[in-house]
Design a protein. Structure first.
Length: 190
């Protein structure tokens, strides 16, 4: 049985034209015999399509079904069930940093340290501040402070800190716009 239905047919003695040859191919459709009927089929337009349910997990060689992701590589896919199970099992307690010191410092697993806190500024001009822990003791970065930013509590548009110097122990900053008050700071280092 043929797998194609011709787009046109010819009769003996009929003249061959370019249009009839084009129609022979352009209007041809596939017959069901062109498919395996389980993974592929022919639609009503005579096109071969993937049959609903025709591609099974066993036919996908680069997809893993591993809730621990132990077999994952940079080129494999994972099932949504496996991804959900992995995230759920690894996020049961939320994010857990390597250290969390007194609500003023977080050390991430890669060694990056984030320090945050508040300082009280009562006058304009340069003022120096040391990094402190929740108990008020000095709490410097082990090596260096690489970024620091701050703004006035409740007034982002006024009195932002202009950091003029920073090191592992603390920072010096000027208050812009002569605004006294409580300033929040965030610093990154290692």
């Amino acid at each position: 049985m043929p797998i194609l239905t011709k787009g046109t047919t010819f009769s003996n003695g009929e003249q061959l034209t370019a249009d009839k040859l084009n129609d022979l191919l352009d209007e041809a459709t596939f017959n069901q015999e062109a498919t395996d009927s389980s993974s592929t089929t022919v639609n009503s337009s005579g096109q071969i399509i993937v049959n609903d349910g025709g591609v099974t997990f066993a036919k996908l060689t680069d997809v893993i079904d591993d809730d621990t992701m132990a077999t994952a590589t940079s080129t494999t896919l994972a099932t949504s069930e496996s991804i959900k199970a992995y995230v759920d099992s690894n996020d049961a307690a939320g994010f857990t940093p390597s250290t969390y010191a007194g609500e003023t410092s977080i050390t991430f697993p890669n060694g990056l340290i984030m320090k945050f806190g508040t300082v009280s500024v009562t006058s304009t001009g340069a003022q120096s501040h040391l990094f402190k822990n929740a108990a008020g003791n000095n709490d410097p970065f082990p090596t260096a402070c690489v970024y620091l930013s701050g703004d006035r509590d409740g007034a982002d548009s006024y009195g932002n800190l202009s950091v003029t110097l920073k090191d592992k122990n603390g920072w010096t900053g000027d208050v812009n716009n002569a605004q006294s008050g409580t300033y929040n700071y965030l610093a990154y280092g290692y």
